[in-house]
Write a protein that binds this ligand. Structure first.
Ligand code: MMA
Ligand code: CA
Length: 275
């Protein structure tokens, strides 16, 4: 009986326990659901939070890179604007400098015009003074030619009225501090001819001879015959009769060689003023 009872008790206890647990299960079920819901909502919130966080960070990194780009761009634009401003300033400076230079060029131009005018006036004055000086020089030289002497360029000339042979003629000239004339140019020859044209005397000894060597003509002052002015008449010098070694001017002004001892010619003496 006791055993039965103990079994009974055990069963009763088990039943009671089962009943308790069932009861407790029944009472705990909505709580479990609540928990589950809570967990789910927690997970959901967490997921939502992570998503929001991720999105925010990604947005912010994007916006960070965008703002960096923007900053870069702004910097570039500012730099560009700055360099444009600098260029503008430089351009203005250059324009100013160009204007200054233009003014200087105009000033120099007007000055040079003025100085050109002054220079032209001065050049005219200088030419005038030179001409006056030349006249003065000529007249002073002319004065320095003695009476009965003719002045031409840098020399005084004496046309003798008496007759001589070549050696006497030369001696006569030397006595006067001169020598027989040396004709160096066409113009000097023309001057001599003009005097002869006005004179009654027509043939005059000149300072030219080949007394040392036949056909080797020499001027009395050492002027080189070969390279200097010549005015021989047609066919002259012909050394007629192999005896003509002294030169003279003929009526027409040209030269002829003649016997040096022929004593019926006049003489032309020349005295150099510059010597
Ligand atoms: C001619 C002619 C000259 C020469 C003289 C001499 C008149 O001119 O031959 O060459 O010297 O005669 O008198
Ligand atoms: Ca002759």
């Amino acid at each position: 009986m006791d055993n039965d009872c103990s079994i009974c008790n055990e069963r009763a206890n088990r039943d009671m326990l089962f009943a308790d647990s069932e009861r407790s299960y029944k009472t705990k079920r909505p709580l479990c659901l609540l928990y589950v819901l809570l967990v789910l909502s927690y997970i959901l919130i967490l997921a939502l939070f992570i998503t929001v966080l991720y999105k925010t960070t990604s947005d912010s990194s994007q916006s960070q890179s965008s703002s960096a780009q923007l900053r870069d761009l702004t910097d570039k634009v500012l730099a560009e604007a700055n360099s444009t401003r600098n260029a503008e300033v430089k351009l203005k400076e250059n324009k100013f400098n160009i204007d200054v230079l233009k003014n200087e060029v105009q000033l120099i131009g007007s000055k040079s015009e003025k100085s050109n005018m002054d220079f032209e006036k001065l050049a005219i004055q200088v030419a005038d003074i030179r001409a006056q000086l030349r006249d003065l020089e000529i007249s002073s030289k002319n004065i320095s030619c003695k009476v009965d002497w003719e002045f031409y360029r840098d020399s005084c000339y004496f046309f003798s009225t008496s007759k001589h042979d070549w050696s006497d003629a030369r001696s006569m000239c030397k006595d006067k501090g001169a020598d027989l004339v040396v004709i160096n140019s066409r113009s000097e020859q023309k001057f001599i001819n003009s005097i002869i044209a006005d004179s009654s005397e027509k043939r005059f000894w000149i300072g030219l001879h080949d007394r040392s060597t036949e056909d080797d003509w020499e001027w009395v002052d050492g002027t080189v015959y070969q390279s200097s002015y010549k005015n021989w008449g047609p066919g002259e010098p012909n050394d007629a009769e192999y005896n003509e070694d002294c030169a003279h001017v003929q009526e027409i002004g040209s030269w002829n060689d003649m016997n040096c001892d022929y004593s019926q010619f006049n003489a032309i003496c020349e005295q150099k003023l510059s010597a």
